[in-house]
Write a protein that binds this ligand. Structure first.
Ligand SMILES: NC(=O)c1ccc[n+]([C@@H]2O[C@H](COP(=O)([O-])OP(=O)(O)OC[C@H]3O[C@@H](n4cnc5c(N)ncnc54)[C@H](OP(=O)(O)O)[C@@H]3O)[C@@H](O)[C@H]2O)c1
Length: 264
């Protein structure tokens, strides 16, 4: 069975950066919700890196049946020795403004779907091969985030889960690196949000290419956590030194101001 790198959310901004980087050395399985976008991406990447195999399979990570079909597809085609858990449902706004469906979707994509795929890939792996896993959480995993509470909390859950799992599996040839970036200018909404944060947004943001490069470099060294940029490492450090109440108040004020500027 040939080895593949599975990239979830491959058609998004950061996913694309992982595709470009890892496609230089590895066969790829790309997944996302849109069959049409995946087909176009797979054909572009196959042309660019003609020595690798590129497969794709649409999968809505919030739907159990889709995840099962993705795993069946993988089992028929090869062994995943590199998993990039990148798919994420980014949603901001006050908790009471999200409808029930959106709240469940954020939790299902970011937590349920990612954890389920991770377990199924670990169980299906060829145990004679090392398995590297990169999971994209967020710097928001380090603090409660008023006005983006659900999203930030799913990332905190994911980070804690992945760190714990990395320790559980440390003697089983499975290496898990969690990457916690601040703003990445991928979608128009994210670009606006970063811009609205002024100097702080500019200082903490990192390009998708750099985040992907630092994540892969960290995974090569079997690092547990990667926080891109020194200023974000500082923010992470500070978050441990002040009370949760003060931290949540500061973050809430920054985020509320950014949302008012955008008439969010
Ligand atoms: N941008 C930032 O500032 C930032 C900061 C920290 C962390 N992150 C994290 O970085 C990761 C990538 O985000 P991005 O900025 O590249 O956003 P993006 O461009 O919107 O990409 C998100 C990706 O996730 C996929 N996705 C969304 N819902 C899905 C679902 N139900 N099932 C399967 N795939 C789904 C999308 O696929 P489709 O388009 O096919 O639906 C897309 O490929 C996310 O986990 C995000 O939380 C982003």
């Amino acid at each position: 069975m040939e080895n593949y790198t599975l990239i979830t959310g491959a058609t998004g901004g950061l996913g694309r950066a992982f595709v470009d980087l890892l496609g230089q050395t590895s066969n790829l399985i790309l997944t996302g919700t849109s069959e049409a976008k995946l087909k176009a991406l797979a054909s572009e990447v196959s042309e660019k890196y003609n020595s690798i195999k590129v497969l794709y399979k649409a999968c809505d990570m919030s739907i159990e049946e889709d995840r099962k079909n993705l795993i069946d597809f993988i089992k028929q085609n090869g062994n995943v020795n590199y998993l990039v858990n990148n798919a994420g449902y980014i949603a901001e706004g006050d908790f009471l403004k999200h409808d029930d469906e959106e709240i469940l979707k954020i939790i299902r994509v970011n937590c349920e779907g990612t954890i389920d795929i991770t377990q199924k890939i670990i169980k299906a792996r060829n145990v004679n091969e090392a398995l590297n896993i990169i999971t994209v959480a967020s710097l928001a995993a380090y603090y409660p985030m008023p006005h983006m509470a659900i999203y930030a909390s799913t990332k905190a859950m994911l980070k804690n889960f992945m760190i714990a799992l990395a320790i559980e599996l440390k003697d089983q040839n499975v290496f898990i690196t969690t990457v916690c970036p601040s703003g990445i200018p991928t979608t128009e909404a994210m670009k606006d949000a970063i811009k609205a944060q002024g100097k702080a947004g500019k200082m903490t943001m990192c390009s998708p290419e750099k985040v992907a490069m630092l994540a892969v470099k960290g995974a090569n060294k079997h690092k547990l956590v990667v926080v891109p940029k020194a200023v974000n490492k500082f923010v992470k450090g500070i978050s441990k030194l002040i009370s949760e109440k003060s931290l949540a108040n500061i973050v809430g004020k920054i985020w509320k101001k950014s949302q008012s500027k955008r008439n969010f």
